[in-house]
Design a protein around this ligand. Sequence first.
Ligand SMILES: NC(=O)c1ccc[n+]([C@@H]2O[C@H](COP(=O)([O-])OP(=O)(O)OC[C@H]3O[C@@H](n4cnc5c(N)ncnc54)[C@H](OP(=O)(O)O)[C@@H]3O)[C@@H](O)[C@H]2O)c1
Length: 254
Amino acid sequence: MLSATLRLSKGEPLESRLAMTDPFSGLRVAVTGGTSGLGLALVRELISRGARVAFVARLRERVEQVARENPGAHGIVGDVSVKEDIYPIAIQITGDLGGLDILINNASDLGPTPLPMLSDTECEDLEHVFATNVFGPFRLTKALMGALAASAREGRGAVVLNVSSDAAVNAYPGWGSYGSSKAALHHMSRIWNEEHAAEGVRFLSLDPGDMDTPMHAAAIPDADPATLKRPEQSAHEFLEAIAAEMMVESHVSR
Ligand SMILES: NC(=O)c1ccc[n+]([C@@H]2O[C@H](COP(=O)([O-])OP(=O)(O)OC[C@H]3O[C@@H](n4cnc5c(N)ncnc54)[C@H](OP(=O)(O)O)[C@@H]3O)[C@@H](O)[C@H]2O)c1
């Protein structure tokens, strides 16, 4: 038994709501890095599907702009790589949304560009990449585990999605800091998933594919955008994967 009950706020069983309405309608979702690329596409699709959304990024002006353009989305200014920012971010997420059902750890750091070989990488740059891509998601997930466990107990389909990369599994020269940090996050996700399965909190680690975003342009400036995925497509695929995970949950608990 993965969760005691699987009921959403309107009192209907999750399975029938999944069949009748959008599975994200009324769910409380937090997205880090929600002002650009994949994170922004996730915020937009989630809002359009009736989710209650909080998003995090560092640049205040951009956070305010995205919040204005997406009525109902709660913008939070914070830096996931900074230890002192994590509790204020977590408190704002649960305060703004009244709890949390889905956490998407999407914010990420490539490190300096052009991407240096690992042996030419400064220790401080490696530390900063890990602070953003590993310790940020680690601290934020830890700070929000109580809210996610409560969501699972209430049958609201608690899921954490950690955004990974093919660089987590392929050894691309020049991608040492980023690739090793994504490998750490990917494996951490797998362990978390085992550790929290019994209480009904599920962890996904997914690669969105090569997308036409500012991060990709910084990493590979001469890439032809026409050959890259639109972030909207990856966002939609990710939400379908989360919905499928919630559907598995509803079957397992019965
Ligand atoms: N683009 C690709 O082809 C590709 C391929 C595989 C995986 N990915 C992964 O997909 C995810 C999204 O990438 P993207 O290409 O959409 O990136 P992006 O366009 O560069 O957007 C990054 C977002 O994260 C925010 N951010 C960065 N550092 C942050 C921090 N320390 N704290 C809080 N927010 C922070 C940025 O806003 P601020 O700068 O204002 O903070 C921005 O909103 C990342 O996890 C990336 O590793 C991307």
